[in-house]
Design a protein around this ligand. Structure first.
Ligand code: IMP
Length: 238
C-alpha cells in the first residue's frame, strides 16, 4: 500500500489524520492523500450514510470507505463519529450532526447546527443529575481496499469519556460544572466535561483542550492510532 486516501471532504480531518499517521508510521509508510488531492475530485460522489435507526458508526464508516475505494481505485480510510449519552439510550449517536431536527438535513451552517444541537441536548437532559449524565464521543474507522468488489479489511474504534455538564440554572453554584464552556473544537465539545485522568478528570470540557491535546487524547486520535497499528501488523504479515 503506497498511497492511502482519507475519505472525507473535511480538510481539518485530513490534516489531523495525516499528522497522526506520519507520527505513528515509520519511514516508508504510505503517502496520505485527501479526496481533494485526487485528479477528478469534483466528479466523486459522497456515499449515502444512514442517519437513522438503520445506521451505526461502523456501518457508516464502511459505506464511505467502500464507496470511495470503488470510485478512486485506491485504499480508502473513512471514519464516522458522534456522541452517545447514556441517559438518552445512546442518542444522539449516528444523528449527532442533525440532532435538533431528528436527523433531517437543515441546510444550516455547521456553527448554527451545532448551537441548535447543543441547546436540544441540554433541554433533553433537564433535571438529570450529574452522575447520570455520562456520555462519550465515539469514532469508528474503516479501511477499504479497491477491487471487484472493494472490501473493508480493517476497522478500529476509539472512545473519549465524560459527562454532559449542567446549565447554570441547574448547577447550584458549582461553577466548575457549568456548560457550555471553552472556545476550541466544534460540535458538542463545549458540553462534555472530560472524565479521563489525562484530560482533566471532570473539570475541563473538550472545547478547553488545545488542538494538540485533543489529537492525542480524543476518540479520533485513539481510533487512528489503533488503525495505524493494524495497518503495520497487516504489512508485516505480507
Ligand atoms: P462526523 O463524523 O464528522 O460526521 O461527525 C458527526 C457529529 O458528531 C459532528 O457533527 C458532531 O456533532 C459530533 N462529533 C463528532 N466528533 C466530535 C468531536 O470531536 N467533538 C464534538 N462533537 C463531535
Amino acid at each position: 500500500m503506497r498511497r492511502i486516501v482519507i475519505a472525507t471532504g473535511n480538510p481539518k480531518k485530513v490534516e489531523e489524520l495525516r499528522s497522526i499517521l506520519a507520527e505513528a508510521m515509520d519511514e516508508g509508510g504510505p503517502e496520505v492523500l485527501g479526496l481533494a488531492d485526487l485528479p477528478g475530485a469534483d466528479r466523486l460522489t459522497e456515499p449515502e450514510e444512514h442517519h437513522d435507526e438503520r445506521g451505526s458508526f461502523e456501518g457508516n464508516a464502511r459505506l464511505k470507505a467502500i464507496g470511495y475505494a470503488a470510485q478512486t481505485d485506491l485504499p480508502c480510510l473513512a471514519d464516522d463519529s458522534g456522541l452517545e449519552v447514556d441517559a438518552l439510550g445512546g442518542r444522539p449517536g449516528v444523528i449527532s450532526s442533525h440532532y435538533s431536527t431528528g436527523g433531517a438535513e437543515t441546510g444550516l451552517h455547521r456553527e448554527e447546527r451545532d448551537g441548535a444541537n447543543n441547546r436540544k441536548l441540554l433541554e433533553d437532559l433537564k433535571g438529570v443529575p450529574l452522575e447520570r449524565r455520562t456520555a462519550r464521543f465515539v469514532c469508528v474507522m474503516a479501511l477499504a481496499m479497491p477491487g471487484d468488489p472493494p472490501q473493508v479489511v480493517l476497522t478500529s474504534r476509539g472512545e473519549f469519556e465524560g459527562r454532559i455538564g449542567l446549565p447554570e440554572a441547574e448547577a447550584g453554584g458549582r461553577m466548575e460544572l457549568v456548560v457550555p464552556r471553552g472556545g476550541g473544537g466544534f460540535g458538542y465539545d463545549p458540553l462534555l466535561l472530560l472524565t479521563e485522568p489525562q484530560a482533566g478528570a471532570g473539570t475541563r470540557t473538550s472545547a478547553e483542550l488545545s488542538p494538540e491535546e485533543k489529537n492525542r487524547l480524543s476518540h479520533r486520535g485513539k481510533a487512528a492510532r489503533a488503525m495505524v497499528e493494524r495497518i503495520g501488523a497487516m504489512r508485516a504479515e505480507r
